[in-house]
Design a protein around this ligand. Sequence first.
Ligand SMILES: Nc1ncnc2c1ncn2[C@@H]1O[C@H](COP(=O)(O)OP(=O)(O)O)[C@@H](O)[C@H]1O
Ligand SMILES: N[C@@H](CCC(=O)OP(=O)(O)O)C(=O)O
Length: 361
Amino acid sequence: MSRVVVKVGSSSLTTTGGHLDPERVDAVVDAVAAAAARGDEVVLVSSGAIAAGLGPLGLPARPRDLPTQQAAASVGQGALVARYSARFAEHGLTVGQVLLTVDDVTRRGHYRNAYQTFAKLHELGVVPIVNENDTVATSEIRFGDNDRLAALVAHLVHADLLVLLSDVDALYTGHPSLPDSRRIETVGGPEDLVGVDVARVGSAVGTGGMVTKIEAARIATAAGIPVVLTAAPHASAALSGDDVGTRFLPTGRRRPTRLLWLAHASETKGVLTIDDGAVRALTARNASLLAAGIDDVAGDFAAGDPVDVADRSGRVLARGLVNYDSAELPALLGRSTRELGEELGADYEREVVHRDDLVLL
Ligand SMILES: Nc1ncnc2c1ncn2[C@@H]1O[C@H](COP(=O)(O)OP(=O)(O)O)[C@@H](O)[C@H]1O
Ligand SMILES: N[C@@H](CCC(=O)OP(=O)(O)O)C(=O)O
């Protein structure tokens, strides 16, 4: 038995007219249901909420402004899940909708919640259908794309495989419409992507094109999870382990889950610039970041927010969840923990970023 995260893009589920294409949704469901029948646990990360909401709202194209995108997502997500529920039910399977925002997976309490939700759904034999919570996500808190969301979910649920389904059957050396472009069968590491042209944009309804898929594959493979990228009609073959599409091999080992979210999912709210001694403490000794090693604070953040940690040249070397508000930090900079404790009370002896909340990049 293996645990698989399958991500399907907007262009594989909807018509150009902005409606769901029931036959294509059904084909994805049938492939997932067949894998579930073999004993696999599948999490489906499905885009398509915005694309499926266009037709019902009479919108001719994907709107540019956030409020209209949110409205379209609100309409389309319902239609999407209704169709999924109906088709999975024909296979005797129940689906559960999971809508995530960045906060759900970077804040400690929320993160545990998300993990437990997936664990319970699996225990109950439910197929989770995940999307970003587009109707409430604002521009600052958006994952940005579902390819990355799928990679992070794959890590969260300890998946053995991530399958990215798109409207193109593989990664090609250049845009697939160009005559010289060839299919890339295997990507063993970043060196295999040198010279591969992914610059041209994707479909009209999708968001990321190939760039976000490669980024998602990088996140998943770095965490030890292999990735197969192929077209939706090959879903069944990909889930059976056949040689289709492009396979990205693992390049690294699993890391603690919450820190992976922190490294890849969060939009940071500020920057702490640290001195050379603090750089050494963080990188060589895995130490916590103390006020004494901080030169400068930029941004507007509250305790608990994710921030970048940069050296004096401005290079970002770590990310962490900060323990103080941006307003109270400047008065603490450069001062020892003991001094702060004596002057301001024990509450000020806490690290600025605890090492458990810090991930080196
Ligand atoms: N080197 C490449 N190999 C494959 N596809 C590419 C490449 N460069 C750009 N693309 C484009 O990326 C598109 C897939 O991205 P996108 O439309 O965002 O998909 P989805 O909606 O499935 O997330 C393909 O249809 C293709 O036009
Ligand atoms: N959350 C958005 C999808 C965003 C997205 O990444 O789309 P796609 O590039 O088609 O995977 C939606 O459901 O419309």
